[in-house]
Design a protein around this ligand. Structure first.
Ligand code: 8IG
Length: 277
């Protein structure tokens, strides 16, 4: 590894899949769990689901896993948990997400997803907090992601890698989720780069092109999950109505508060969905 690069994924010569394999080997060694069956990335508002899934076998510092480490000044990146579900399924919970807006490139954004695949996971559950375009959604509403529009103008795929994205957000998994909660609505997730929220005009554009949810994370991760052959379930917690849909300016504090208030309900819902997989 070249010492010119402070992070292994920043070395253009490095193979991101080899680094994901190394990360998976770290996870197997540190947790003592050789393989995982499903993986979950828990975004804003969803974190408490980890406590409800089953027995936490191991909690590990993400900085101990290859490729999750960051230069010291950027601080800590959260933890990974290995959970044994009552039915014997092994779940890997990823409590740390690298956002595209951090500017470290898409390889780092999708490293956790590629690592999840390398641990053996066949199902990737991606959750987030997001803005809602549909006026019937109030803050605190969980919705299924049915499809996405990627407005980042970037991709985790490198070179001429043509990957089909039909049914990216698995119809089978969405049906299972609706079996648990028939009131679950669904919508098209539109990923903007952020970290600013949209202008009202951008929200109107997203609506006009078929978007229902606006966010900053999940589309790029879902593409990488599909490339790795995983089945994807995506869920958004609507923490705010998108700019211009709600009458008042967006406030990060209000977004966090909506997430905190909804957390017990949506975490229990997610745990029930996982138990039904
Ligand atoms: I929480 O309104 C949350 N994340 N792009 N727009 C975008 N991301 C978000 C929003 C929002 N709310």
């Amino acid at each position: 590894m070249s010492t010119l690069h402070t992070h292994p994924l920043d070395d253009p010569q490095a193979d991101p899949f080899a680094i994901a394999e190394a990360a998976a080997a770290d996870i197997a060694r540190i947790t003592g769990v050789a393989r995982h069956d499903i993986a979950l990335t828990l975004g804003s508002g969803w974190a408490r689901a980890a406590d409800l899934l089953g027995e936490t076998v191991a909690t590990i510092d993400a900085t101990d896993v290859t490729g999750f480490s960051k230069p010291a000044l950027e601080g800590h990146v959260g933890s990974l948990r290995s959970i044994l579900l009552p039915n014997g399924t092994r779940a890997l919970v990823i409590g740390a997400r690298t956002h595209y807006y951090e500017g470290h490139g898409v390889r780092r954004v999708v490293h956790s997803v590629r690592t999840a695949a390398a641990t053996g996971a066949r199902i990737m559950i991606l959750t987030n907090g997001a803005g809602g375009i549909r006026e019937t959604w109030t803050p605190g509403t969980p919705v299924l992601i049915s499809d996405h529009i990627n407005l980042t103008a970037d991709s985790p795929l490198e070179g001429a890698t043509f990957i089909d994205l039909t049914d990216l957000y698995s119809t089978r998994l969405r049906d299972i989720a609706r079996g648990v909660d028939p009131t679950l609505d669904e919508g098209v997730y539109t990923q903007f780069r952020g970290p600013h929220y949209e202008t009202p005009a951008e929200v109107q554009m997203a609506k006009a092109i078929g978007g229902h949810i606006v966010g900053m994370s999940t589309a790029l991760e879902a593409i990488a999950a599909r490339q790795s052959g995983m089945e994807v379930l995506g869920m958004s917690l609507i923490t705010n109505l998108a700019a211009g849909i709600q009458k008042t300016p967006l406030s990060h504090a209000e977004v966090l508060e909506a997430g905190r208030d909804a957390e017990p309900v949506i975490s229990a819902l997610l745990a029930k969905i996982v138990a039904a997989l």
